[in-house]
Design a protein around this ligand. Structure first.
Ligand SMILES: Nc1ncnc2c1ncn2[C@@H]1O[C@H](COP(=O)(O)OP(=O)(O)OP(=O)(O)O)[C@@H](O)[C@H]1O
Ligand SMILES: [Mg+2]
Length: 163
């Protein structure tokens, strides 16, 4: 049973995240999408709202036999991963700029828990500039984000910001 944990803020879920999930379907039997509860980052959506959105989007997603679970978590990632009986952390890499941060995190996590490996996947080039943070900035300034987030997420962005 190969179980991976895909941790992130997912504030909100983007097509980049979905692309990483889709690419990892053939690699694992189960993927836990672990939504970080990070009040200090002043998220736009609460962890419950983020989880609900992801679950709804995945409801109409072809999971190709891979079990997808959505959960929120806090605390040390490696402890959470171990508690789920998993040995793989799934992360996506967009550009070289992601690499340095991801390498540091992966090496620190390896130091903390040598039995856990971090698996990196590259998203499609068309989403390589998409991040939740940039997307929120653009949306809050009145820009269009269609095609960069699932439709449901766009609706929730509108509802949350009175648009
Ligand atoms: N467009 C994308 N292509 C590839 N990987 C991505 C993409 N967007 C996010 N990821 C990856 O998904 C994981 C979770 O990321 P996270 O929740 O921080 O999203 P984010 O878009 O980077 O959000 P933020 O801008 O708030 O940091 C990270 O490994 C991140 O690199
Ligand atoms: Mg990020």
């Amino acid at each position: 049973m190969k179980r991976a944990v895909f941790p992130g803020s997912f504030d909100p879920l983007t097509m980049g995240h979905l692309d990483i999930i889709e690419r990892s379907l053939p690699l694992f039997d189960e993927i836990i999408i672990a939504v970080l509860n990070n009040p200090e980052k002043n998220p736009m959506f609460s962890p419950e709202e983020r989880c609900a959105m992801i679950e709804e989007v995945l409801g109409s997603f072809d999971n190709k036999g891979c079990r997808l679970i959505v959960e929120s978590f806090e605390g040390l990632l490696v402890d959470y991963v171990k508690s789920k009986d998993s040995y793989a952390i799934l992360r996506g890499i967009r550009a070289v700029s992601d690499y340095e941060y991801e390498l540091r995190m992966a090496l620190m996590n390896r130091k903390l828990e040598p039995s856990i490996e971090t698996v990196f996947l590259m998203a499609a080039e068309e989403y390589s500039y998409v991040s939740s943070r940039l997307l929120k900035q653009v949306f809050l300034l009145g820009g269009r984000v269609d095609g960069l987030v699932p439709e449901l997420v766009e609706q929730r962005l509108r509802a949350k910001n009175g648009r």
